[in-house]
Design a protein around this ligand. Sequence first.
Ligand SMILES: *Cc1c(COP(=O)(O)O)cnc(C)c1O
Length: 435
Amino acid sequence: MDHFLYRDGALYAEDVAISDIAAEVGTPFFCYSQATLERHFRVFEEALSPLQHLICYAVKANSNLAVIRSLTRMGAGADVVSEGELRRALAAGVAPEKIVFAGVGKTRDEMAYALSVGVGQFNVESLEELEALNAVAVAAGRKAPIALRVNPDVDAKTHAKISTGLSENKFGVPMAQAQTAYTAAADMEGIEVVGVDVHIGSQLTDLAPFEAAFNRVADLTRELRGSGLGIRRIDLGGGLGIPYARSNDAPPLPFDYGALIKRTVGDLGAEIVIEPGRLIAGNAGVLVSRVVYLKKGEGRDFLILDAAMNDLIRPAMYDAWHDIVPIQEPTPGVERAPVDVVGPVCETGDTFARGREMPPLAAGDLVAFRSAGAYGAVMSSEYNTRPLAPEVFVSRDRFDIVRRRPTYDEILRRDHIPDWLSSDVDPAHHGRDGG
Ligand SMILES: *Cc1c(COP(=O)(O)O)cnc(C)c1O
């Protein structure tokens, strides 16, 4: 459930009319609902209690400081995959010991920084990374708390680009090598083994792959403990899917996911860590855009918006579906007609939906892409020199701009023309050509 509902024929974010925000901020913009973020966090809390647990919000889903801040105030930790995200989590007030540092390609500089601030856990994905982390920790006179990310070789049955738990994927240590890797880790001076970690993919719509993975993790934990390793934490990653098409999607509920966790690893007496991103942020955000033209084509009509693939890349990148709704509620029973919903970018890939049944819309009307709170703004770019869409944060009847739209001056100022190009003629070049 979210807090983007029609009221008297207009779409609201909590108690704020979306059209009021559009009038002040301009379009396109992202709009997040604090009550929805909090609700999703609370649902996970309830699903995991009374297990000893920590919910580390996966910052990569939506890394705006206001979003992280709202969650950490409720007790969330953070799962980060770069020094930049780590810095964001700290700036938002997440306690370092509640931060998990994940990712296949952590550099030594990133490791050194993470050690210096005292992150709670490094999720290590290879023997090579383990050796590098040990060296960095020894040089810093510290011990790095680690979990090895194991690759359970289960098919998450999600989009290939976000499936991570197969042996062919770049992620984690193969199960068969886990025992050896843990034994090596336990002997390293700069390493403290604290847990086991797994993350098999994103937007999972079935619990069965989770069950297979968690069972393998439970077996491995017993095995490792049997050989004297103190595994006190089990990190089960993120990945629970959300409904993108309200009409027919019904992914598993967090409550059932929690019950599965209790059933598979609940009796091991370990602290359970989960790293949800999409389920917390996805349906807590919309992308609001304005219709620029309704272009009548030959046999197809195009709804051309002022939002584009640079703002929301999921349809182009993952063939993702987003519900697109008018801000002005359509009158009940109004006739819908198929249109291609597209952006202005010079690529055919800049298509949000093909043949989407939409109520009548005209230039100037506002629409909202639902479920745009996760993997939306964080994946946006300035392709076609389109300024990054601003982000707006709503709580009850208040809203604030939590990332403003950059000006064209700011964008151009980041570039620099080298001195030797500053005159209209390049003497050196002339000399060479002229002989
Ligand atoms: C992406 C990612 C997550 C979050 O995945 P969601 O599908 O957004 O829940 C959690 N952990 C790791 C290691 C990730 O890479």
